[in-house]
Design a protein around this ligand. Structure first.
Ligand code: FES
Length: 113
């Protein structure tokens, strides 16, 4: 079962489900994480982190095995692409991907959706 945590925001407390340590997410890469029974992909672009659905909306290939360049994720099976900040399709992609809100608590990333 996923561990629940409280993260201190500015002037408020926010809860979330612990996903992973920041250092576990490769620079310009993607890591699959579990939050309870839910699986999500976490990508890193510089010092920013983004979470999104684990399967490609085209033919369900694992998006955690995709390639990152800046804020663009590419599914390597058929080259669909998305802006991971919004999930909006780019290039050949015909459907968006679902994105999730993350919160940073020290060296840990929390899923807050
Ligand atoms: S399965 Fe991802 S682009 Fe086709």
């Amino acid at each position: 079962m996923a561990r629940k945590a409280e993260a201190k925001g500015v002037g408020a407390k926010a809860k979330g489900t612990v996903l992973c340590k920041i250092d576990a997410v490769p620079q310009e890469g993607v890591l699959q994480c579990g939050a309870g029974e839910r699986k999500v992909c976490v990508a890193r672009a510089g010092d920013q982190f983004f979470a999104f659905q684990p399967d490609c909306p085209h033919k369900h290939s694992p998006l955690c095995e995709g390639a990152m360049e800046g804020h663009v994720l590419t599914c390597l099976d058929h080259m669909w692409q998305w802006d991971i900040r919004t999930g909006e399709p780019q290039g050949l992609a015909e459907q968006p991907i679902r994105t999730y809100k993350l919160r940073r608590d020290g060296d840990t990333l929390l899923l807050v959706d």
